[in-house]
Design a protein around this ligand. Structure first.
Ligand SMILES: [Zn+2]
Length: 343
C-alpha cells in the first residue's frame, strides 16, 4: 500500500510538473530547432525529417516528402514563384520524379504552381498500359484535391480566376479520407467539408509524423473564413480540433521540443501546443460573438464590442486583405446562418 501510495504521489507530482512546464514553455520554438537554408529570392528550405522538407516564401508553404517511389508535394505555391519552385524541387528530389501534387485548398497561393510542378514530374501510372491520358495526366504528376477544388477551378465564373485545364486536379475525392501508401508510409488526405471553404484538406504523413494543414491555420492571422465558398466558423474549429487530435506533443519529456510537426499554410512551423492555442483563440472569439448575438446584438454592435480583445494585436489587422472586422463579420454571419459541425 505504501509503495502504491508513493507511486500515486510521484505520478501526481509528474503531472503537476508537466502542467507547470507546459504553462511556462521555453520561448525557443520547434521551427528554431530545425535546420534551414536560405535559397535566395525569399525562399527558405527547412529540413523537417530526414526525407521531409518545407519550402517557404513561394506563396503558401510547400511540403515535400521524398523516397524510393518519388516525391509527394503538398501545395504548389503561387504562379509568380512556380519556375523557381520547380528548380528547387528538382534539386531536392534529384533523380526521383514528383509523383503527386496535393492541393490543400483552391487559393491561388496554393495552386498557382500546379501546372509547372505537375509537368516537372511523372505519373505513377503508365500510359503504355492502356490507361487513358486522363488517368495518367499525359505523363505528368497527378494533382490530387478535394472535389470542391476542381469545381471551383473549372467554374466559368466566380471568385476564383479561371485556370487552364492543365492546372486542374486530375484526381478528386468527396469522401472524408483519401489515402495512399508511398515512400514506405501511409499518407492520409483528410477533407474538412466546411472549414475555411468547402474544399480544404489536411495531409497527414503517418510515419514522418508531419501534419500539413493548409490555410486552416494561417499562423500570421485569424483564419480566413470564406462563407461564399462554403466556409463556416464551426467547421473551422472542427478542423482545428482534428489537427490537435492528430498531433502529439513531446510528453513526457517536455524539454526535448520534439513531437509531431505541424506545417501551417503560412507562418512558422508549429507543434501540437501551438495548434491548441490557436484553436483556443478562435474558439474564444466564436463564443464571444455567439454570446453577443444571442443577446440580440447587431453585427455593428458585435464589432464595436471588440470580441477579439486580447488576441487582436497578435492575429488581427486593420488593413489588408483580411482585417479583424472581416473575421468578426464572417464569424457572425456563419453563426447566424446556422453552422454545421459544432464541437
Ligand atoms: Zn494561403
Amino acid at each position: 500500500m505504501i509503495i502504491r501510495a508513493t507511486r500515486n504521489i510521484s505520478a501526481l507530482l509528474c503531472a503537476l510538473a508537466a502542467t507547470y512546464v507546459l504553462g511556462h514553455r521555453a520561448t525557443i520554438t520547434l521551427a528554431q530547432q530545425l535546420d534551414s537554408q536560405v535559397l535566395g529570392d525569399g525562399i527558405e528550405l527547412f529540413q523537417v525529417r530526414p526525407n521531409f522538407y518545407v519550402l517557404t516564401g513561394a506563396g503558401a508553404h510547400v511540403s515535400v516528402q521524398v523516397g524510393r517511389d518519388g516525391a509527394v508535394v503538398v501545395d504548389a505555391g503561387d504562379a509568380a514563384h512556380a519556375d523557381r519552385l520547380v528548380t528547387e524541387l528538382k534539386k531536392l528530389t534529384a533523380t526521383r520524379p514528383i509523383r503527386y501534387v496535393i492541393n490543400t485548398s483552391v487559393d491561388p497561393d496554393h495552386i498557382g504552381g500546379n501546372e509547372q510542378v505537375s509537368k516537372a514530374g511523372r505519373s505513377l501510372l503508365n500510359a503504355g498500359a492502356g490507361l487513358g491520358s486522363g488517368m495518367t495526366n499525359d505523363g505528368a504528376a497527378a494533382i490530387l484535391a478535394a472535389e470542391g477544388v476542381l469545381l471551383r477551378m473549372s467554374a466559368p465564373t466566380g471568385a476564383t480566376a479561371a485556370y487552364a485545364t492543365s492546372a486542374w486536379p486530375t484526381e478528386t475525392f468527396a469522401q472524408p479520407r483519401k489515402y495512399m501508401y508511398l515512400n514506405d508510409e501511409g499518407i492520409e488526405v483528410l477533407h474538412q467539408p466546411a472549414a475555411r471553404t468547402d474544399g480544404d484538406s489536411i495531409v497527414f504523413f503517418r510515419r514522418s509524423d508531419v501534419v500539413v494543414t493548409g490555410d486552416i491555420i494561417d499562423f500570421r492571422r485569424f483564419p480566413v473564413i470564406d462563407i461564399a465558398r462554403g466556409g463556416s466558423i464551426n467547421g473551422e474549429i472542427a478542423a482545428l480540433n482534428r489537427i490537435v487530435d492528430l498531433a502529439i506533443p513531446s510528453v513526457p519529456i517536455i524539454s526535448r521540443e520534439a513531437g509531431t510537426v505541424v506545417v501551417p499554410g503560412h507562418g512558422r512551423l508549429l507543434d501540437q501546443t501551438d495548434v491548441a492555442e490557436y484553436r483556443d483563440v478562435v474558439t474564444i472569439v466564436r463564443d464571444r460573438v455567439e454570446s453577443l448575438r444571442m443577446q440580440g446584438k447587431s453585427l455593428a454592435d458585435v464589432k464595436a464590442a471588440n470580441p477579439t480583445e486580447g488576441f487582436r494585436a497578435r492575429y488581427g489587422s486593420d488593413t489588408g486583405a483580411w482585417t479583424t472586422d472581416m473575421f468578426v463579420e464572417a464569424v457572425f454571419r456563419s453563426l447566424a446562418a446556422g453552422a454545421p459541425q459544432r464541437r
